[in-house]
Design a protein around this ligand. Sequence first.
Ligand code: CA
Length: 229
Amino acid sequence: MKPVILVIEDETALVTLIRYNLEAEGFEVMDAPDGEEGLLILSENAVDLILLDWMLPDLSGIEICRQIRRRSDIRNIPVIMLTARGEEGDRVRGLNAGADDYLSKPFSYKELIARIHAILRRIRPALEEKTLTFHDMEMNVVTHRVTRDNRSVHLGPTEYRLLWHLMENPGRVFTRDQLINAVWGHDAEVDERTVDVHIRRLRQELNAKDEVDVIRTVRGAGYALDLVG
Ligand code: CA
């Protein structure tokens, strides 16, 4: 689950650079060239943080920030204001309008990313979580280490991706087709039986010590991460 950042900024060259840097850092990026489109995106998508330019063609960043804070459905989304000005008065106005932080252009991407992480850690700790857990299993998505009942589980790359997808959605039943799309990609020509083969291997590794099976086979449907029996 990648945190989603909405960039409301009219300078397309800057948007391209921001997008490049944030995507490299593992964020999903959406962008809007003005406030109207930005507010529309916010109504229709789950956004985790907003980068908001101060000088925009229609509504100013300050006004957009005020509107965001007045709307109950989006008022809790953190906002970082971006501005060409650096005066203390603007900084105060931005923070008064409800911005969580403030960055003067030109800024370094290292600084921007550090500020984003700091806010997400404070506001949405789960988004910064590097470890997925289910029952007695743990998966560290940074080191790729998987443990069950504190013993290391060694998985091949395909089994690892399968388990990752299942651990991000515990209890949810996936068809073989959905697992192929998630693990091999939409263009992959993978037979449904290949999924069964990798699920079997995954089970063998996870249940090597005769632990309770954590992968449920749903007849006529597919597979789910679930405590079986
Ligand atoms: Ca601008």
